[in-house]
Design a binder for this molecule. Structure first.
Ligand SMILES: *Cc1c(COP(=O)(O)O)cnc(C)c1O
Length: 388
């Protein structure tokens, strides 16, 4: 059988020829504003650890202490015997934080989104998604049996048209903050349209939870909306919370129904209980230490002002995600390499993660950065960026 090796070799050759070949680099240190790779220290501007909680001493201590009590593996899926007191405590805290009666844990955001959409939707339904939604939402919609239609990015007129044409029960799903552009969905307008057309709204707030909103509860809070407007709220634990996993929050009916029928919840091992305990500690820190959000906002502001002075192509984002669009994939890789030579780590994001011709450096900031480190980033960018 030569068919599979032939196909695999063709994939590699095609990726190499197009300058789209992907490879992992191996970190030789923990996550933080400075990381080690190949024996050298780099300023890290590509992590989603927006609040600097991934290596917070209290979160680490909590993981360690919980592992001593609860062990490492959860032993089984939630419904068999893998659901323990730390899982329950975390679910209750996440429900309370997001202002909903219940929350349900998943082992990853990818599993949560694909699982939720497949459980909620069936043939005859319509799911409307922003074109720039995260791959996990789009994949969930594609495999749900429902009719998937994408609307133009953040375009409420296009969404209204598609709601008008939609057949059967309709779910609208959007990212709260878009992962590759850093801009926010116009949630208040989208919620209004959903009410008008009796559609349900699901928000994936992976990049908003912990960062935006008066108490950090995310994009839904920032838009002044409640669970009546956004019946399905999903977010991840691996970004601002600095741990790993995901959850969906909603009312009793939603959560009980998801427990019965979400395959990605039923047929998978529960996250380690110690990870749930560490996530609960991270949630506490996130709520108590509002200065982390203020520090992040100040650094975002500093970066945007500095980048604008340098004439860099900023996007319309006020989040921790500050992409600089380069266009050509090979050029983006080259800029990333030149920054690396100056001790700065920013990965080039290329198709198919972003549309062709919009390859970019995805700069991300964290409350763990200092103003001086952001200055160093701006200096390095001014040295490598091509003059107009
Ligand atoms: C990261 C991310 C996910 C996936 O979450 P994981 O826990 O990393 O699987 C889903 N949606 C969005 C918008 C994300 O940024």
């Amino acid at each position: 059988m030569e068919a599979f090796p032939q196909r695999l070799r063709a994939v590699l050759e095609e990726r190499r020829a197009a300058g789209l070949y992907r490879q992992c680099q191996t970190l030789e240190s923990g996550q933080g504003p400075v990381v080690r790779v190949d024996g050298r220290a780099y300023l890290n501007f590509c992590s989603n650890d927006y609040l600097g909680l991934a290596s917070h001493p209290k979160v680490i201590a909590s993981l360690r202490a919980a592992a001593a009590v609860w062990g490492v593996g959860s032993g089984a899926s939630h419904l068999v015997c893998g659901h323990s007191a730390p899982h329950r405590a975390l679910e209750e805290a996440l429900a309370e934080y997001t202002g909903r009666p219940r929350a349900l844990l998943f082992s990853s955001g990818y599993a949560a989104n694909t699982g939720i959409l497949q459980a909620l939707l069936q043939a005859g339904d319509t799911v409307l998604q922003d074109r720039l939604n995260h791959a996990s939402l789009l994949d969930g919609g594609l495999h749900s049996g429902a009719r998937l239609r994408r609307f133009a990015h953040n375009d409420c007129d296009d969404l209204a048209r598609k709601l008008q044409q939609s057949a059967g029960p309709t779910l609208v799903a959007v990212d709260g903050v878009f992962s590759m552009d850093g801009d926010s969905a116009p949630l208040a307008s989208i919620a209004r349209l959903c009410h008008q057309h009796q559609a349900w709204l699901m928000v994936d707030d992976a990049h908003g939870l912990g960062v935006t909103g008066a108490t950090g509860a995310g994009s839904v809070e920032a838009a002044g909306l409640g669970s009546g407007d956004v019946p399905v709220l999903m977010a991840t634990l691996g970004k601002a919370l600095g741990t790993s996993g995901a959850f969906v929050a909603g009312d009793e009916l939603l959560i009980e129904a998801l427990i019965q029928s979400t395959r990605n919840y039923i047929y998978t091992t529960a996250m380690p209980p110690a990870l749930a305990a560490a996530s609960l500690t991270a949630l506490g820190l996130l709520r108590e230490e509002a200065w982390r959000r203020d520090q992040l906002a100040a650094l975002v502001d500093q970066f945007r002002r500095g980048a604008a002075d340098l004439g860099l192509p900023l996007m319309g984002s006020d989040s921790a995600i500050q992409p600089l669009v380069v266009g050509d994939a090979a050029r983006a890789v080259q800029l990333s390499q030149q920054l690396r030579e100056r001790g700065i780590l920013i990965s080039a994001i290329r198709p198919p993660t972003v549309p062709a011709g919009t390859s970019r450096l995805r700069v991300t900031l964290s409350a763990a950065h200092t103003a001086e480190q952001v200055e160093r980033l701006l200096t390095a960018l001014s040295e490598v960026w091509p003059r107009a």
